[in-house]
Design a protein around this ligand. Structure first.
Ligand SMILES: Cc1cc2nc3c(=O)[nH]c(=O)nc-3n(C[C@H](O)[C@H](O)[C@H](O)COP(=O)(O)O)c2cc1C
Length: 172
C-alpha cells in the first residue's frame, strides 16, 4: 500500500558495510528516471558512487553529510541548469522517488542537501562536489542520497498528530 510506504520511509543514516546488490541499485536508478519533470525536459542526471574513498570525500561536502561516509552507495542528484529554470523541483521529485524506492526495497536512505549549502567559508558545497566528481560548472548539484542496508531501525510515521491546521479548504 502506498500510504504504508509513505509511513515506513524514514531517514536512515546508519548502514551495514555490505555492498548493495546491483539489481537494487538499478531499481533505484529506474525510480529516478521514471520521475516526472516540467515540460518533460528531464534535466536531471545521476552520479552513482560506490567507492568508499569517494563516499568519505562526499561526507566532507558540508556539515550534516557525515553519514555518507558509512553509506554503501550515494546517488548524487544533479541537473543541467541551462535546460530548465525549474531544475530544482525536477531534482527534488527524482530524489524523493529514490527515497521511496529505497524504503520499498528495505534499504535505508537519507537526503543530504547540497544546493545552497557551504563546504567551507568562501566555497559552496556544490562547487566542492562538482570538482570532486568532475561535474561541469553548468550542472547544479541538488542533493546526495546516501543508501545501504539499514543498521538502525526507526518507527514508522503515524497519522496521529498530522498538522491538519496547515491545510486550507477553498480559502486560506
Ligand atoms: C530537502 C531536505 C534536505 C535534507 N538535508 C539533510 C541533510 O543535509 N542531512 C541530513 O542528515 N538529513 C537531511 N534531510 C533529512 C531530514 O532531516 C529528515 O527528512 C527529517 O528530519 C524528517 O525525518 P524522516 O525523514 O525520518 O521522516 C533532509 C531532508 C530534506 C527533505
Amino acid at each position: 500500500m502506498f500510504m504504508d510506504l509513505l509511513k515506513r520511509r524514514r531517514s536512515i543514516r546508519k548502514y551495514t558495510p555490505e555492498p548493495v546488490q546491483p539489481e537494487l541499485i538499478q531499481t533505484l536508478v529506474k525510480a529516478a528516471l521514471l520521475s516526472p519533470s516540467s515540460r518533460s525536459i528531464n534535466p536531471w542526471e545521476f552520479v552513482i558512487v560506490r567507492d568508499p574513498k569517494v563516499l568519505q570525500q562526499l561526507s566532507e561536502s558540508k556539515q550534516g553529510a557525515g553519514f555518507l561516509a558509512g553509506a554503501a552507495l550515494a546517488i548524487v542528484v544533479i541537473a543541467d541548469t541551462r535546460k530548465s529554470d525549474v531544475w530544482v523541483e525536477d531534482c527534488s521529485i527524482a530524489a524523493s522517488n529514490i527515497l521511496l524506492a529505497a524504503a520499498d526495497l528495505g534499504l535505508g536512505a537519507c537526503w543530504a542537501q547540497i544546493r545552497k549549502r557551504m563546504h567551507a567559508e568562501g566555497r559552496s558545497a556544490e562547487d566542492y562536489v562538482r570538482s570532486l566528481l568532475t561535474i561541469p560548472e553548468y550542472m547544479g548539484v541538488e542533493a546526495i542520497i546516501g543508501a545501504g542496508y539499514p543498521a538502525e531501525q526507526r518507527p514508522p510515521l503515524s497519522e496521529n498528530g498530522l498538522q491538519t491546521n496547515k491545510v486550507h479548504y477553498d480559502r486560506y
